[in-house]
Design a protein around this ligand. Structure first.
Ligand SMILES: Cc1cc2nc3c(=O)[nH]c(=O)nc-3n(C[C@H](O)[C@H](O)[C@H](O)COP(=O)(O)O)c2cc1C
Length: 275
């Protein structure tokens, strides 16, 4: 950078810093408490339940229910090894869990990936013929899909995959090295590219809103936490480390996993690797 450019850059950065201090809400694109309700507050209010709303919801228009299981099709499915790991006690895993952001370059085995996916959304039982999963879900409607972005897993090439929950398998969306793409989409958080695998968790909203209306959005966000905690504790049990990531450019991650960001959108990322 030339001296003149450097000076201009410094001047602009200082001006931005001062403006951010003086007008934080305006800079962030949010509204202050003194103005009309913020988007977050309006969302909370409009998805609050009251008896009128509950009754209205019974008759109100709702989206059509999409299929419970998604298949990308095309490529041959990779059957995952049976999840049969028996690790440390749950209490020990809870005690040990800590976010890890520095991963080594040691690969994950396919069995470890299998175990993590099973912990996230594996099928563990049935009620009246409906398969139930490891994490709770409002109305057992299971809005989540999981897309492992594989960097370093033994036996499978780098690429973006989709977890086929019903068959405990993986289907390949696209092969390739997406390390740069995923970390830059995650606001340059390098660990997303350095992890052996980053799980992109997306939701098909209408699976839940077809029953619960607007309130269903809340349920979806809550469920992301259930799933992610299962992954975090399973990672600890396997001697791995993980970190959850909520800061990402939505459009970029949605395009990476090839979803529209409207009917199906990324909610959360979870990077896992060896310490
Ligand atoms: C909703 C949510 C979003 C998060 N987003 C990020 C993130 O974008 N980057 C990151 O490094 N950590 C992220 N974290 C991890 C937190 O920073 C971390 O859990 C916190 O510092 C507590 O540390 P611990 O997990 O080691 O107990 C997120 C956690 C949650 C629950």
């Amino acid at each position: 950078m030339t001296g003149q450019r450097q000076f201009l850059f410094g001047l602009l950065s200082t001006a931005f810093f001062i403006a951010a201090l003086m007008f934080p809400y305006e800079i962030a694109g949010a509204r202050s408490d003194h103005d009309e309700k913020s988007i977050g507050a309006a969302f909370h209010e409009q998805t609050s339940l009251n008896w009128m709303g509950v009754l209205g919801d019974l008759v109100g228009a709702k989206p059509r229910k999409p299929p419970k299981y998604k298949r990308i099709g095309g490529e041959k499915m990779i059957k995952l090894p049976k999840p049969e790991h028996h690790g440390i006690s749950l209490e020990e895993a809870i005690q040990k869990r800590r976010s890890l952001r520095n991963f080594s370059s040691k690969p994950l085995s396919l069995a470890e990936l299998s175990q993590l996916l099973f912990a996230a959304q594996g099928i563990t039982g049935k009620i009246y013929g409906t398969p139930l999963r490891t994490a709770p879900s409002a109305g057992a409607l299971y809005p989540f899909e999981i897309y492992p972005v594989v960097n370093n897993v033994q036996g499978i090439p780098r690429g973006v995959y989709h977890y086929v929950i019903g068959e405990h398998g993986l289907e390949l969306i696209k092969e390739g090295d997406f390390r740069k793409k995923i970390s830059s989409a995650g606001l340059s958080q390098d660990m997303l590219g350095e992890a052996s695998v980053t799980f992109v968790m997306s939701a098909i909203f209408a699976r839940t809103t077809s029953k619960y209306g607007e309130r269903g959005y809340r349920y979806v966000y809550i469920e992301a936490g259930h799933i992610s905690q299962n992954i975090a504790l399973e990672a600890v049990s396997l001697g791995l480390g993980s970190v959850t990531v909520g800061a990402f450019i939505d459009k970029q991650i949605n395009s990476l996993i090839e979803v529209d960001g409207d009917k199906e959108a990324t909610i959360y990322l979870h990077a896992v690797g060896k310490p």
